[in-house]
Design a binder for this molecule. Structure first.
Ligand code: C2E
Ligand code: MG
Ligand code: MG
Length: 639
């Protein structure tokens, strides 16, 4: 029984007792004090009035209490309903899967629910009284929060994706709605933020995106993503003036494996091929599976057809080794079609089409090979790849030879030095000129071994000549521009001199003008170091490399070798003649010797002598020959 009920019962009982006492008192008076009937009648009247008045009073009081009681009951019901509503709200607040955070008008957290604790990892007492900036992830710039508060001020509500940080430090995305609460006076009282953790949705979005762009079997990019990446790569290549190569690869006779061993073996073979190819490539190369047994490769920096051909050869070589699938030892070959940007096509779509056409060409010309989209390129690139392959063998099997070309003093007409020039005695192709293999050697890095070997041979030979009494003032060797800037060059030269015992003053290193001018500061440092060893330095092919005269003056160089291109036009070509005169004057002013190469006619030699050129080299004096064939005594008459 509630207190109100008890009050009402007590009041009823009181009135009942009061009425009973009154009746009892009336009855007593009636019996003991009235003997006269008129007194009795008066008393009865008074009593009747009194009874009526008291009854009316009692009824009035009872009614007042009843009304009060009824009113209190209503209030009570309302309060009970309110309490129920609050209880329900608290249950909802606590059971909801969305996190709820309430701050006061100062922005301090006053309330959080259970989901909040689960999502953020913070306990209630760790956040109450704190600012929500506690959860900031650093993912958004300040402008993001400024825009959010501007929307809250204008619309009283903001919804959007926001990245926050859990207690563990993990950053995760939320979908959040923030509402501004005002009190009755219209003053800001609270902010209520309701949010859900959408990292799962995001993950599945990413997963969906991944599925849409990747091949489910190999997890490689599919055609869609490949085309996309190719377009991006081409755009970047265009800006940076780079060449790209697109290779399309198709496994040979894959259908046979599928038909004979079943699709699951076929699938596993495709996966193994994908892994093997992926292991082969580094950064800047994208591998994709276009479908079936067709793969595509995009090399983002591949300026030369020969480089693309070399990449194709690497792929073919990598696939050569057997692949073990379910106990089956499988051997698989492939054919590759190559298309180049920008030579063959400018768009990814056209490159793919061209590569496809080239692939068809590769398939029809015997499979297990590659073909470039352009016919001539195929032959040329193949030759270069072959050369690179064979050159390695050439070094190991000592197929390289040193030829020496005499250099004559134009005044005395005597041989004063020799230039060592490399030759390749190829078992099938005969004597191969350096013009054919030096560029390949430079690209494959073999040039270091070739030049090292040449220097060793030349120094050894020079020592031999000195022992034989041949008087020469130098033996010149060419140093590739690829090696010139490297520190190892200095160490290597020192090593060779030490090994052979040649006096450094007899060794001349020829460096091309372009190698020097590519990075003049490095060249200057390197040249000073080499000079410290005591060797001579010459600039080869001078006149072709846009030398800066100022820089040239600072170089510790003893000789300029005029490029044969200027000698060829002599003496008729006025321009060539003028250039040669200038070079000779320049060399003189800087205290350098002048050496003209490519002299094929006597009047060229005569002109050069007349202009004051010191040294001459060319077919007219003598061709490059093996050491034993040099005619030391030959002193042709000039003019
Ligand atoms: P280079 O150093 O300017 O050598 C001179 C080239 O001109 C040689 O060609 C030589 O045979 C050729 N030559 C000489 N006299 C005449 C002539 O009267 N007429 C014509 N038309 N040509 C003449 P080679 O031996 O074919 O070498 C070509 C280039 O290959 C060399 O040019 C040099 O840059 C490079 N080279 C040769 N041997 C080596 C080497 O051992 N290492 C390096 N890094 N490069 C080398
Ligand atoms: Mg040379
Ligand atoms: Mg030269």
């Amino acid at each position: 029984m509630s207190a109100t009920h008890r009050d009402a019962l007590r009041a009823g009982l009181f009135y009942f007792v009061l009425a009973a006492v009154w009746l009892r008192v009336s009855d007593h008076l009636l019996n003991n004090f009235f003997d006269d009937s008129s007194d009795l009648a008066r008393w009865q009247l008074i009593n009747g009035y009194l009874l009526a008045t008291v009854s009316a009073g009692l009824i009035f009081l009872a009614r007042v209490r009843l009304y009060r009681f009824l009113g209190m009951g209503a209030q009570l019901r309302e309060r009970r309903a309110d309490r129920e509503r609050l209880r329900q709200a608290a249950a909802v607040f606590d059971c909801t899967r969305e996190g709820v955070l309430v701050t006061n008008h100062q922005g301090l957290i006053v309330h959080v629910n259970r989901a909040f604790i689960e999502i953020t990892g913070y306990q209630r007492d760790e956040v109450i009284g704190q600012q929500p900036s506690l959860f900031k992830s650093g993912h958004h710039p300040p402008e993001f929060y400024q825009a959010m508060f501007a929307t809250l001020a204008a619309d009283r509500e903001w919804s959007g994706e926001i990245w926050n940080r859990r207690k563990t430090g993990e950053i995760y995305p939320q979908w959040q709605t923030i509402r501004v609460i005002h009190d009755d006076a219209g003053r800001l009282s609270h902010y209520v933020a309701v949010f859900s953790d959408i990292s799962a949705i995001k993950n599945s979005e990413t997963e969906l995106k991944h599925l849409a762009h990747h091949d489910p079997l190999t997890d490689l990019p599919n055609r869609l993503l490949f085309s996309d990446r190719a377009e991006q790569a081409l755009a970047s290549a265009q800006v940076h003036k780079r060449g790209c190569a697109l290779l399309m690869l198709d496994l040979d006779h894959f259908k046979m494996i599928n038909d004979s061993l079943g699709h699951s073996v076929g699938d596993r073979l495709l996966k193994a091929v994908a892994t093997r190819l992926q292991d082969l490539f580094g950064l800047g190369i994208t591998l994709a599976r276009l479908g079936g047994d067709e793969f595509a490769v995009l090399a983002e920096s591949c300026p030369q057809p020969a480089q693309a051909a070399a990449l194709a050869q690497r792929i073919l070589d990598a696939l050569k080794a057997q692949i073990l699938v379910d106990g089956h030892e499988l051997f698989i070959n492939a054919s590759i079609g190559i298309s180049l940007f920008p030579d063959d096509a400018l768009s990814a779509e056209q490159l793919l089409r061209n590569a496809d056409a080239a692939l068809f060409k590769a398939k029809t010309s015997g499979r297990n090979g590659y073909a470039l989209y352009t016919e001539e390129l195929t032959a040329h690139a193949r030759q270069r790849v072959e050369i690179a392959f064979e050159l390695r063998r050439a070094l190991e099997q000592q197929e390289l030879r040193v030829y020496y070309q005499p250099v004559h003093d134009l005044q005395t007409r005597r041989v004063t030095g020799v230039e060592a020039l490399v030759r390749w005695q190829h078992p099938q192709r005969g004597l191969v000129s350096p013009a054919q293999f030096i560029p390949v050697a430079e690209r494959t890095g073999l040039i270091a071994d070739i030049d090292a070997w040449m220097m060793q041979q030349a120094c050894r030979q020079m020592c031999q000549w000195q022992r034989d009494g041949v008087v020469l003032s130098f033996v010149a060797v060419n140093v590739s521009s690829r090696l010139f800037a490297r520190r190892e060059l200095y160490q290597h030269v020192a090593q060779v001199l030490n090994d052979t015992g040649l006096d450094p003053a007899y060794l001349e290193l020829e460096v091309t003008e372009s190698a020097v001018m590519d990075d003049p500061d490095v060249a200057l440092e390197q040249m000073h170091r080499l000079r410290e060893l005591g060797v001579r330095l010459a600039i080869d092919d001078f006149g072709t490399g846009y030398s800066s005269l100022l820089r040239l003056k600072r170089l510790p160089v003893q000789k300029l070798k005029i490029d044969q291109g200027f000698v060829a036009g002599l003496p008729g070509d006025e321009d060539d003649a003028a250039i040669i005169q200038v070079i000779i004057a320049l060399a003189r002013s800087m205290g350098m010797q002048v050496h003209a190469e490519g002299i094929e006619q006597v009047d060229q030699a005569a002109f050069l002598l007349e202009q004051g050129c010191d040294l001459g080299q060319g077919y007219w004096f003598g061709r490059p020959v093996p050491a034993q064939d040099i005619e030391w005594m030959r002193a042709p008459v000039i003019g």
